[in-house]
Design a protein around this ligand. Structure first.
Ligand SMILES: Nc1ncnc2c1ncn2[C@@H]1O[C@H](COP(=O)(O)OP(=O)(O)OP(=O)(O)O)[C@@H](O)[C@H]1O
Ligand SMILES: [Mg+2]
Length: 378
């Protein structure tokens, strides 16, 4: 897999920061695996969830699926199986307005026939399809889909191009460029001065990534600037999914040994640059199981995107700004952990230093790579 666990977890921690919320500081920490500690707790919650979503009776416990950014469980009930997701342990989700917008786009996508599970409507919605369960937090449920994860052999390029083009046309383009999303490493912005301050502290503390940052500071600065400028200049900007990644596509059986891709997880839907998202998505899927994107897959996805009415994706300098920005974001997160400024739940503290160093050293290579990859776009 091109995406290892550390990549995944830092992605998710950044996802937690999408609305400028410090999840860990609020006691809604990522991976706090102790929240459902006993069978009795689990049974109670199963009953409450089944009732909240009008699903009859539970016929099993809440079975944890994954707990990285948000807790998810499978729950089997007399009305079928659901995937249950807890957004927040408190009574109200602090980023509710953004989540409501995301849910509205998800709803539009479902109405337009984009393949995605339709949320189960709770008896008493708090907002959208989310409901508050007293003492347990804010939840959502989806029909549970039998599936397998995406594999490098799956060629989804046409589906991807077509699906993204349809998503990009759900709403008219925005009239002006929005703030860059968090994964461009700029919201809240990591200022150029911040990198220098980290360098000073890293040097003082004798941290192993400091000499690397010293050598690559100019690359970091110019890449940071480029990410913001390219984002601003590369329209149209549209409201879109923003998390189309291999782990958010489930391969569901469609009979006779065939598999049908289903897109999940619209929770961070919002404004983005359509061409930059398209470039990132086509490159990242074409990289699954490889060290570099397969140009044929990229071209096929871009072709399908154009055919389905997608926006023009020109091979401009910085077309893969999203990819570069995400790498900068990971580096900054690891540096924060290494300096003790961020709690280590997102990144293994034992490896944060080494991974920061390796990623910083690899930046010139990344800059060279994305220059080559952008030429895969017609
Ligand atoms: N409807 C579903 N049926 C079966 N499994 C599902 C369903 N929805 C989600 N899952 C499983 O739960 C996992 C987490 O779901 P989801 O992506 O919505 O949560 P997340 O915590 O926001 O994820 P991430 O931040 O990693 O993208 C998925 O990767 C998938 O394995
Ligand atoms: Mg997900």
């Amino acid at each position: 897999m091109a995406y290892d666990m550390a990549d995944l977890t830092s992605h998710i921690v950044l996802k937690g920061r999408v609305h400028g919320i410090r999840l860990r500081a609020e006691g809604n920490a990522v991976p706090d695996r102790s929240c459902i500690s006993t069978t009795a707790d689990s049974a109670t919650l199963a009953g409450l969830v089944a009732d909240a979503f009008d699903l009859g009776r539970p016929i099993g416990p809440m079975v944890p699926v994954r707990h990285v950014s948000q807790e998810t469980w499978r729950l089997d009930t007399t009305s079928g199986s659901v995937l249950v997701k807890r957004f927040w342990k408190g009574p109200g989700v602090p980023w509710q307005p953004a989540l409501e917008c995301a849910m509205a786009l998800e709803q539009r996508a479902l109405d337009a026939g984009i393949d995605s599970p339709r949320p189960v409507t709770p008896r008493s919605p708090q907002f959208g399809a989310a409901t508050h369960i007293d003492g347990h937090g804010v939840f959502r449920a989806y029909p549970y889909l039998d599936h397998r994860p995406l594999e490098p052999e799956d060629d989804l390029s046409e589906w991807l191009g077509d699906t993204l083009a349809r998503i990009h046309q759900l709403e008219p383009p925005l009239s002006e460029a929005p703030e860059p999303p968090w994964w461009y490493n700029q919201s809240p912005p990591v200022s150029l001065a911040q990198w220098s301050e980290w360098l000073d502290r890293g040097r003082d503390g004798g941290l192993i990534w400091a000499p690397a940052l010293d050598r690559q500071l100019e690359v970091v600065r110019s890449l940071s600037r480029q990410v913001v400028e390219v984002f601003r200049d590369t329209g149209p900007h549209v409201r879109t999914h923003r998390d189309v990644e291999p782990w958010n596509v489930l391969m569901t059986p469609s009979g006779r040994g065939r598999w049908r891709p289903v897109l999940i997880d619209w929770d961070v839907a919002g404004p983005d640059s359509a061409p930059l998202e398209a470039a990132h998505v086509f490159a990242s899927f074409a990289m699954l199981g490889r060290k570099a994107p397969d140009p044929t897959l990229v071209r096929r996805a871009a072709g399908a995107y154009g055919q389905a009415g997608g926006h023009q994706v020109r091979p401009v300098e910085g077309l893969l700004a999203r990819y570069a920005g995400m790498r900068l974001a990971k580096i900054s997160q690891r540096i924060r952990v290494s300096l003790g400024d961020a709690r280590p739940a997102s990144v293994d503290p034992g490896t944060a230093d080494a991974r920061a160093m390796a990623d910083i050293e690899a930046l010139p290579r990344l800059v060279a790579d994305v220059r080559v990859w952008r030429q895969y776009f017609p």
